[in-house]
Design a protein around this ligand. Structure first.
Ligand code: HOZ
Length: 425
């Protein structure tokens, strides 16, 4: 198998053979499939296999692989240059598009990843409040910057290193962590040290411990508690921004956070991130203010153009209702198959993203619930599905993503593949 040979070579020149831990297949066992190309809802490996892709680069590819509009946009911009270290019209256009989608956003700063966006958001919150503590939620993941590697989700969970070595003790001590959806715990922490908390940072729909939905009143409660105590509220919408609707969870719930971080969809598959909010906070960033942040490749024309092309298609087609319908259809179909097979499971979903938890619990609302899910069963299902031409993420803690290319027929084929896979486990 060519993937095997490549992985062998990769391990001799890259830590664990990969550029990002989760893709090494350690959680599910076996050899990562090395990818040759993607097309629409499909991904093709170097061994000549085709899979319906539910990884979709962990979220950015909401239009599927190589969407014609994105390809055209990139082909147009590429010959003109890839990076200038100088402002371009494309950045202005993308910032204006983001502003139009989030009514309370006044200023946008582009960076190169979600990690950078959220890391900068925390620096801003600390500067604005003169406080040092931040409060996050167990199982949420906000990138790999030091302050966030405390009870983190995603690869932190997959590799059981939610709190990484190498993070200074003092930094880790500035990060408080409570269970997701637990308003009482938030109140308790604020009651104890509210005057020292700079910000609460939250994924308004958690997507890095699988999909976990906010319970009624949770996000509104965070808004009122942070306001009452003079702390900032940061919504990490790196995954949900422009995936769950044109805008994000903050526009849907009518909760206005102080800072929103974006990534994934706004780069159309190229490396990008952004933080945005009202001028009174965002204006503190250099050179308008004194909070330093910079990036040689930030706002580079390729990422800006791919993002613009993606958002333009989304704005014109508004595919969210259809995408939600298809996600629901898939979630219901899969749930029913496991029910018939007598395997207890919970399937959580939001528009364009879903997760299967193999648990006896009735609901999955926080990390403790997530941890009751059988990783062993996930890995069996994962491999059986690979054999049937369906690719899920190689970790039970990553969400599955749908694109607009996952049409009715693709969803039907996926359910059939699940059915065949289940006969084999
Ligand atoms: N859950 C991660 C990003 N949100 C997956 C990507 C990675 O770690 O490679």
């Amino acid at each position: 198998m060519k993937s095997e040979e490549l992985f062998e070579r990769a391990r001799r020149c890259m830590p664990g053979g990969v550029s990002s831990p989760v893709r090494a297949y350690r959680a599910v066992g076996g050899v990562p499939r090395f990818v040759e190309r993607g097309e629409g809802a499909y991904i093709f490996d170097v061994d000549g296999n085709r899979y319906i892709d539910y990884v979709l680069s962990y979220g950015p590819l909401i239009l599927g692989h190589v969407h014609p509009a994105v390809l055209k946009a990139l082909t147009e911009v590429l010959p003109k240059g890839t990076s200038f270290g100088a402002p371009t019209e494309l950045e202005v256009e993308l910032a204006e598009t983001i502003k139009a989608a989030f009514p309370f956003v006044e200023l946008v700063r582009f960076v190169n990843s979600g990690t950078e966006a959220t890391m900068t958001a925390v620096r801003l919150a600390r500067a604005r409040t003169g406080r040092e503590l931040i409060l996050k939620f167990e199982g949420c993941y906000h990138g790999h910057a030091d302050p966030f590697l405390v009870r983190a989700g995603s690869g932190g969970l997959t590799f059981n290193i939610p709190s990484s070595p190498g993070v200074p003790k003092g930094t880790a001590e500035c990060t408080l962590s409570v269970p997701y959806n637990d308003r009482d715990a938030v109140e308790e922490v604020f009651g104890r040290c509210g005057e020292d908390i700079a910000a609460v940072v939250v994924e308004p729909v958690a997507g890095n411990m699988g999909v976990v939905l906010p319970q009624e009143g949770f996000l509104e409660g965070l808004r009122s508690t942070t306001k009452e105590h003079g702390a900032l509220l940061i919504f990490d919408e790196v995954i949900t921004g422009f995936r769950v609707e044109f805008g994000g969870i903050s526009t849907r719930y009518n909760v206005e956070p102080d800072i929103i971080t974006l990534g994934k969809v706004i780069g159309g598959g190229l490396p990008v991130g952004a933080l945005c909010g009202r001028e009174e906070v965002m204006g503190l960033l250099a050179p308008q203010g004194k909070v330093y942040q910079a990036g040689t490749l930030s706002g580079n024309p390729l990422a800006m153009k791919a993002g613009l092309a993606t958002l333009e298609v989304l704005r014109k087609e508004m595919p969210y209702r259809t995408l939600r319908g298809r996600t629901e259809e898939l979630a219901d179909g899969v749930r029913e198959l496991f029910r018939r097979k007598g395997i207890p499971c919970v399937v959580n979903y939001e528009t364009g993203m879903f997760s299967i938890f193999f648990t006896e619990r009735e609901r999955v609302l926080d990390l403790e619930d997530v941890r009751t899910s059988s990783a062993e069963l996930y890995s069996k299902v994962f491999h059986a599905l690979l054999g049937e031409g369906v690719m899920l993420a190689p970790s039970p803690y990553e969400s599955a993503f749908l694109s607009t290319a996952h049409d009715g027929e693709v969803i039907e084929r996926t359910v059939e593949a699940f059915e065949r896979a289940l006969r084999r486990i």
